[in-house]
Design a protein. Structure first.
Length: 378
């Protein structure tokens, strides 16, 4: 197949996430970076363009110029990757959708529910694909759990415990460099820090793995480390449609935790335990107490999930591969759109509608906190 062409907004010098997306897309070599607006500084944009080998004519001073120019080119980009701070997601995504270009955007999707709803409407009306990169749901084991639970093997889910603690912003006066500074800045991050950065991953992971839909939440959101303006520790009680319950915890000052997303799912027929830091395995506990540990790359992993495996068992796959798996499905769908073979059943990645649910979750938690930790409907 001829390679797709993609562009990037954000991801300039010293950007961790921009480089990560470029590497993840390159894993399957199905798309080539051909255009970009990598920084608000045109000089930095040119520096990044030179580094990644882009024609200087396709390094743009603004994303608005880029969207219009690429849409008008016969060899224009097939999709754009948006890796900027949260506050700019909406306007950038909207510009590319309006110009008929498929979109991949980092989470959270945007700041306001109304913005997210508009992006959903635009994508639907323009018949465009929209990936929101909740990276962890690209793991083979996560895909296995989703299919295992959807098949009914766990029975009715009774409760879910999920957490995502980190310790990188634990000390007063330390802001985690460029990556931490913008997350702690309301002008760039919006009304939340920890909940937007980590809590949306928890919300999406539970939704994808279990299929449960949140009915209402009760949130306690705290800014604990001196000097913090936005939340750095959150506890959220959850009630799902159908009666199941859950509890989510996220933190950025939990010393000893690196990137510790964990989900524990308890059903009438047993339990499933999963951690992204040990994402090569899934622990399943039967109603009789029999503990089974399944490893990626071995028999027992659902075939549709195993198809995303890249290495033999014991050769550890991780975060880049998980993001690459999302892009594998996304680029397959973009190809299919181009040749007229696309069907909705091909989508195996988080969509703009999933992004909308994340924004609704954030705002329900904000209302709960503002109203004195009350139950709030999504």
């Amino acid at each position: 197949m001829k390679k797709l062409r993609y562009g990037m907004v954000g991801g300039g010098p010293e950007s961790f996430i921009g480089e990560a997306h470029r590497k993840a897309i390159q894993l399957d070599a199905l798309a080539e970076l051909t255009a970009g607006c990598f920084s608000r500084s045109f000089e930095k944009c040119r520096i990044t363009g030179d580094m990644v080998g882009i024609d200087p004519e396709r390094c743009y001073a603004s994303y608005e110029e880029m969207a219009k120019a690429e849409a008008a080119r016969e060899d224009g980009i097939d999709f754009v990757v948006v890796v900027t701070p949260n506050a700019s997601h909406y306007s950038i995504c909207k510009a590319f959708l309006e110009n008929g270009i498929h979109v991949s955007c980092d989470k959270p999707l945007c700041l306001e529910v109304e913005q997210a709803e508009e992006l959903c409407r635009l994508a639907r009306e323009k018949n465009l694909l929209f990936l929101v990169t909740y990276t962890y749901m690209g793991h083979v084991t996560a895909k296995h759990i989703r299919r295992y639970i959807a098949s009914g093997k766990l029975g009715k889910i009774r409760t879910v415990m999920a957490e995502y603690p980190q310790g990188w912003l634990a000390r007063e006066g330390e802001w985690g460099g460029k990556q931490g500074e913008w997350r702690c800045d309301p002008a760039q991050s919006g009304a939340v820090n920890c909940l937007g950065d980590l809590g949306t991953h928890v919300e999406n992971a539970v939704a994808v793995l279990t299929g449960l839909k949140i009915k209402r939440v009760l949130a306690r959101m705290d800014a604990v480390v001196p000097g913090r303006v936005l939340d750095d520790n959150d506890v959220v009680l959850v009630e799902y449609e159908g009666g199941a319950t859950g509890c989510y915890w996220t933190s950025q000052f939990a010393i000893g935790h690196d990137n510790d997303l964990r989900v524990r799912i308890y059903g009438e027929n047993g339990s499933i335990l999963w951690s992204q830091e040990t994402s090569e395995k899934v622990t399943v506990i039967s109603a009789e107490g029999i503990i089974t540990e399944l490893h990626r790359g071995n028999i027992g992993i659902e075939p549709a999930a195993a198809a995303y495996g890249r290495l033999p068992s014991g050769h550890t796959e991780g975060w880049y591969e998980a993001m690459g798996n999302l892009y594998r499905s996304f680029t397959d769908c973009v190809y299919a759109r181009k040749n007229g073979t696309f069907t909705e059943s091909m989508i195996d990645f988080p969509t703009v509608e999933d992004g909308l649910e994340g924004v609704k979750f954030i705002h329900a938690c904000l209302r709960s906190q503002a109203n004195g930790n009350t139950w709030e409907e999504l």
